[in-house]
Design a protein around this ligand. Structure first.
Ligand SMILES: [Zn+2]
Length: 121
């Protein structure tokens, strides 16, 4: 499963960033997933539930997923188009030459957690 290794890398990255920031425990890991990324959010959540236990930094973390809509620009008429799946088609001029400008993301957007010694919450 593709999503399993993506989530594994994501957790490694989150731990690395938390370590750099002096965060001992992450409350939230906020990720952006594009509509055209081909990534199944259900699978990411499933994998996260299993893989978060591999580190004490992440074993109580919550995964927050922000969905990014797919967008493209038609190379013929220049109009911006919303794409909800990987089907490149311009409804204005009916061409299929559309450049994808957004929606393929799989990004660690931000982390929330407590630094060591901090004692509120
Ligand atoms: Zn067009």
């Amino acid at each position: 499963m593709h999503e399993f290794s993506l989530t594994d890398n994501l957790i490694d990255l989150a731990c690395e960033e938390a370590f750099k920031a002096g965060i001992a425990r992450l409350d939230k890991i906020i990720v952006q997933v594009g509509a055209l990324s081909g990534i199944s959010i259900d699978s990411i959540e499933f994998a996260f539930g299993i893989l978060r236990d591999k580190s004490e930094i992440t074993n109580t973390s919550e995964l927050v997923i922000e969905k990014i809509p797919g967008t493209g620009i038609c190379t013929k008429c220049g109009k911006e188009i919303e794409l909800d799946r990987l089907f490149l088609y311009c409804p204005y001029c009916e061409t299929t030459t559309v450049n994808i400008t957004g929606g393929k993301e799989f990004i660690l957007r931000s982390l929330e957690g407590k630094t060591e010694g901090e004692n509120h919450g």
